[in-house]
Ligand binder design. Structure first.
Ligand code: NAP
Length: 247
């Protein structure tokens, strides 16, 4: 898979799955814009790790749920590296609560951070990609966006929204040779999931045919595939990387 000299923006790349995606793309020769919101030090660590391994990367602070800041992030990538070939919309969060107890703010925050951010970044990246008649957009949804989950109606709605958005955009910009796909991770140990009760984690592992959690790197490998030339005929798809959890 030849990803050499491509330029990727990975949102929420300071920690967890985004970090693994940034490292994997860089390992394959892609120049990476490591976006972060609050974790400046962690983002710099990712950049350092990439540079130490001989790659190229910069860290760029932006709250991607903000339209202007997301636009500025994409502009910085183009100003720095002259192009954008790959956009990975990975930034995300949870505010888990049963609907009866969910505050309006919990709903608004999750929809804004998980879903509006995808609109914001795609809106900024689509035009330069269309101009070049090439590009890869990979949106990180979740198996929860497909199955639903008690206590996660806001999160599931945001992730299901990403799937509908992805399929629509794939149809709009497919004629310009740009692919738009989703990856739906199963249970991956990161800061996002590690706060969940042990019992819940055990239940998920039990329900997963491969009887284990996935690793952030295993999501990154799928991203690298969808970003590659070999995946040029795949668009509007949702690839579950979940150990068989929702099959
Ligand atoms: P994580 O460890 O909590 O990391 C979240 C990342 O998103 C951080 O880098 C954070 O940046 C960034 N972020 C949050 N809000 C942001 C904003 N407004 N602007 C820019 N960046 C922002 O989470 P994760 O588990 O790696 O999750 C990554 C993605 O995978 C999410 O979309 C999540 O929904 C999805 N996912 C995860 C799992 C799982 O089991 N872990 C399963 C399915 C789907 P800062 O720290 O710099 O603020």
């Amino acid at each position: 898979m030849n990803l050499k000299q491509k330029v990727a923006v990975v949102t929420g790349a300071s920690r967890g799955i985004g970090r693994a995606i940034a490292l994997e793309l860089a390992r394959r020769g892609t120049r990476v814009v490591v976006n972060y919101h609050r974790s400046a030090e962690a983002a710099e660590d990712v950049v350092e790790a990439i540079k130490k391994a001989g790659g190229e990367a910069i860290a760029v602070q932006a709250d991607v749920s903000d339209f202007e800041q997301a636009g500025q992030l994409i502009k910085t990538a183009i100003d720095t590296y002259g192009q954008i070939d790959i956009l990975v919309n990975n930034a995300g969060t949870t505010r888990d609560q049963l609907l009866m107890l969910m505050k309006e703010q919990d709903w608004d925050d999750v929809i804004r951070i998980n879903l509006k951010s995808v609109f914001n970044c795609c809106k900024a990246a689509a035009r330069p990609m269309v101009k070049k008649r090439q590009g890869r957009i990979i949106n990180i949804t979740s198996v929860v966006g497909i199955t639903g989950q008690a206590g996660q109606s806001n999160y599931a709605a945001s992730k299901a929204g990403i799937i509908g958005f992805t399929k629509s955009l794939a149809k709009e910009i497919g004629p310009r040779h740009i692919t738009v796909n989703c990856i739906a991770p199963g249970f991956i140990p990161t800061d996002l999931t590690m706060g969940q009760p042990e019992e819940w984690k055990e239940q998920i592992i039990e329900a997963t045919p491969l009887r284990r959690m996935g690793q952030p790197e295993e999501i990154a490998y799928a991203v690298a595939f969808l970003a590659s030339d070999e995946a040029a005929f795949i668009t509007g798809e949702v690839l579950s990387v979940d150990g068989g959890l929702i099959t």
